[in-house]
Design a protein around this ligand. Structure first.
Ligand code: PA5
Length: 444
């Protein structure tokens, strides 16, 4: 199937109910949560729920103009030509989506896509030694910078940008430095907008009605992704394809995989009293996608004393660490497996005459086949022996189109989940608490 798809066959009790529902039968056990997700669906599409001034992401993939993509691609090409390194400054929703997509699509042992500059992140932490290493590296390489902050006032990227802009100006002079910076921020508000307008940096707008963690398909992600060599047109095509499938006027439970995912999660949370959703993968290229997902779900649902705690693990690596807990520890989670159906390359395990390592039983098999059996074996062990309900999300291939589908799928399901829990999925009041204390301690 050339689209992402869900498999509930190892979802234990909820899985059986979901399978009944998908066969078109009434699954009484799901009725309450099904009603909540149905209502959430209508609320989301009618735009009359909490936080409804932040719903611009819903129609974004289909609404984005071809000229906008052309314009971003052309400016990105100018930046690429000038850069060995491309410094991407931002945090949270102004960082994770871009990194998730680049890490999923670039060659794994390289720091860059072919023909593109290496991407280095900054402003996603307050690590002084990291910054000093970066500044030393910038002495030796040609570079350009993209600073992303919707509010334009976030501490971490503001400090990183101050340091890097000083370096850039000292290295290239003010005029050229101004051509090597792109700012992505609010249309009018914030210190970064003032700076960009005053200094004349090329800039892109974060739409008012799109919050940080839902913004990767806007210029927030599109510009840095284009500089990094990602095919942004295919990415948007994949997202638009998913938008079309998921946002039809009447919810079709058999077809709407975001509603299915939201329902499965709600059932685990409300009926099975699960506290944690563990997003796992069998391919490390999904690692930063899981980091992006953690922010999306954690900031959207975790409020008013509610919400599934989003956590992640990378297998088979973590089967040799967290695997023990998952199999036999407290039953406080369910597992969502991000499953990759195809690799880009082929690789057979060779036969060995001596067979001293005893591995001839897999000789002639592809390494991906062994990984697939590890995945199947793990799902069986967790779901059957360990009583951990497992949902599998299959991704046909790692390319921009399918990543675009996956991003939109998770965003739409997140909106549904938040409304099903009766919280505002589009605000994040809790993130202010640490900032207030930090500012007081810093004497702001
Ligand atoms: O999802 C969100 O809104 C947040 O995580 C923000 O993206 C993050 O705090 C960064 O904010 P800003 O883009 O304003 O610098």
């Amino acid at each position: 199937m050339d689209s992402i798809s869900l498999d509930f066959s190892h979802g234990n009790e909820a899985g059986s109910l979901m399978e009944e529902l998908l066969k078109g039968k009434a699954a009484a056990g799901l009725a309450k949560q099904q009603e909540a997700v149905s209502q959430a669906y209508n609320t989301l599409l009618q735009g009359n729920g909490k936080g409804n001034d932040f719903l611009g992401w819903i129609r974004l993939p289909e609404e984005i103009q071809a000229e906008t993509l052309e314009d971003i691609s052309a400016k990105a090409e100018e930046f690429r030509k000038k850069s060995e390194l491309f410094i991407c400054i931002g945090i949270g929703g102004s960082y994770l989506g871009t990194r998730a997509i680049i890490e999923a699509l670039k060659p794994q042992l390289s720091d860059r896509m072919p023909g593109a500059p290496a991407v280095i992140y900054a402003g996603h932490q307050l690590n002084q030694d990291y910054m000093n290493e970066l500044l030393a590296l910038l002495d030796k390489h040609e570079y350009t910078v993209c600073v992303i902050s919707k509010s334009g006032t976030t501490t971490e990227p503001a400090i990183a940008f101050r340091l890097i802009r000083e370096h850039l100006t000292a290295k290239y002079g003010k005029a050229e430095a101004g051509k090597r910076i792109a700012a992505i921020t609010d249309r009018q508000k914030g210190a970064l907008r003032t700076l960009a307008d005053t200094e004349g940096f090329p800039s892109y707008v974060v739409p008012d009605n799109i919050g940080g963690r839902f913004s990767v398909l806007s210029p927030v992600g599109l510009f840095p992704l284009a500089v990094a060599g990602i095919d942004i047109k295919s990415l948007i095509k994949g997202a638009a394809d998913m938008q079309k499938r998921l946002t039809v006027p009447a919810l079709d439970w058999g077809k709407n995989i975001a509603a299915q995912y939201a329902l499965f999660r709600q059932y685990q949370y409300v009926q099975q009293h699960k506290k944690v959703e563990l997003l796992v993968n069998f391919d490390s290229r999904f690692h930063f996608l899981s980091e992006w997902w953690k922010q999306l779900y954690g900031e959207s649902e975790g409020k008013e004393g509610k919400g599934l705690f989003p956590s992640n693990a990378g297998f088979t690596t973590d089967l040799h660490s967290l695997g023990q807990y998952i199999q036999e520890g407290e039953r406080l989670f369910f597992e969502t497996v991000l499953s990759l159906e195809n690799q880009h390359t082929r690789l057979q395990i060779p036969s060995d005459r001596e067979n001293l390592d005893g591995m001839n039983f897999v000789a002639g098999k592809e390494m991906a086949y062994v990984n697939r059996k590890a995945e199947e074996g793990t799902i069986l062990a967790h779901a059957r022996q360990g009583n951990v309900p497992v949902l599998r999300i299959s991704v046909p291939r790692l390319n921009a189109f399918h990543i675009g589908q996956l991003i939109y799928f998770f965003e739409f399901a997140c909106g549904l989940s938040g409304y099903s829990m009766d919280v505002n999925p589009f605000d994040q009041p809790g993130v202010e608490a640490y900032k207030q204390n930090m500012f007081r301690l810093l004497g702001k």
